[in-house]
Design a protein. Structure first.
Length: 339
């Protein structure tokens, strides 16, 4: 296992914040995939708990008096801000009134599709990484930390894959590519072929609060917000002595061109209050702007890579927020599929 970081954990990293120590960069939750709960519980000793409340869309306007809905309701992601001008064409009429129709249809459609809720860790990323490290030691796995993969060469005649890092060379039968790995190409029998590696700079605002628990938020995507992409409750990553004093922590992934100043912090706080997530019981203690860069390949992109370079390359989806990413599969199809 090769990791460019100095500690085990991959892209699920932490950030050091004044007075808080190491806290999670973002919320980690995932669907109930087959075997995942057994692996975390029986192998790593990590309990998963249902996400409560259910992850939600937060809407830019109220529809039937409601400004949020379950993340499973597709109409929620399509609600746009209200336009006070008189609708002048078919598109503007649809924009103005279709959310009401779609919401009503969502409520009455039959049969309803029941989807089990996501699961959360009961531990922080720090604890998760420590348990992964323990698992690695117990099973004698070869781990190269602070190591960067610079080149991967596939030799089909020899049936080997040579992995060239910043400090060594490794030969193997197969190379596993994760969704967050920084790698732009593979060399196949001397020919360099590009693969998708679109960086995703995450601009985040961590809000430190004190007062009542932030119990109305687990994770949410802000539909058409002028400030926020998504928000998550990171309180579980705080040390017990902080939570015992009434501390809470919210991570807000903001738009990349947002100014990092106190005025914008106040605007975001007001938006969170508008969603009903915060009220007068929650007092802002501190705010911290954080940037975390990591490429994010969609599941479709990974499958294209695996198909193109099989059996020498296999893939491992490692991100839990792939549905928030733009599908850039077509952008890379020409490079991945030979003419």
């Amino acid at each position: 296992m090769i990791d460019r970081a100095s500690t085990v954990g991959g892209s699920w990293g932490t950030v050091e914040l004044p007075g808080l120590g190491a806290v999670d960069i973002g919320v980690h939750f995932f669907n109930q995939l087959p075997g995942i709960e057994t692996f975390y519980k029986d192998v790593l000793g990590i309990e998963l708990t249902p996400a409560s409340p259910t992850p939600k869309w937060y809407l830019p306007r109220r529809v039937f008096g409601i400004n949020h809905t379950s993340l499973y309701n597709r109409w929620g992601g399509g609600v746009v801000p209200w336009d006070n001008s008189f609708p002048f064409n078919r598109r503007s009429w649809r924009t103005a009134f279709s959310p009401y129709y779609r919401m009503a249809f969502e409520l009455i459609k039959s049969p309803k599709i029941l989807i089990k809720g996501e699961r959360y860790f009961k531990v922080s990323t720090v604890d998760f990484s420590n348990r992964i490290a323990k698992f690695i030691i117990e099973h004698g796995l070869d781990v190269r930390l602070s190591t960067t993969v610079e080149r991967v060469e596939i030799n089909t005649k020899r049936g080997v894959v040579k992995v060239i890092t910043n400090n060594s060379e490794i030969e193997a039968n197969r190379f596993m590519l994760t969704s967050c790995a920084i790698l732009n190409s593979f060399v196949l029998d001397g020919e360099e072929l590009p693969i998708s590696c679109e960086p995703m700079p995450l601009h985040q605002l961590h809000l430190v609060l004190q007062g009542a628990p932030v119990d109305r938020l687990s994770f949410g995507i802000c539909s058409h917000s002028q400030n926020l992409l998504f928000i998550g409750n990171l309180t579980t990553s705080l040390k017990p002595e902080l939570t015992n004093r009434g501390y809470s922590l919210i991570a807000a992934c903001v738009l990349p061109d947002l100014p990092h100043n106190d005025e914008k912090v106040s605007t975001i706080m007001a938006e969170l209050r508008g969603y009903g997530l915060l009220d007068d019981r929650h007092r802002l203690l501190a705010s911290h702007w954080v940037q975390h860069d990591a490429p994010q390949r969609s599941d479709e992109e990974l499958l294209e890579v695996e198909k193109r370079f099989s059996p020498y390359i296999s893939v491992l989806p490692t991100h839990s927020l792939h549905f928030t990413m733009k599908n850039s599969l077509e952008k890379w199809r020409k490079e991945l599929v030979p003419s």
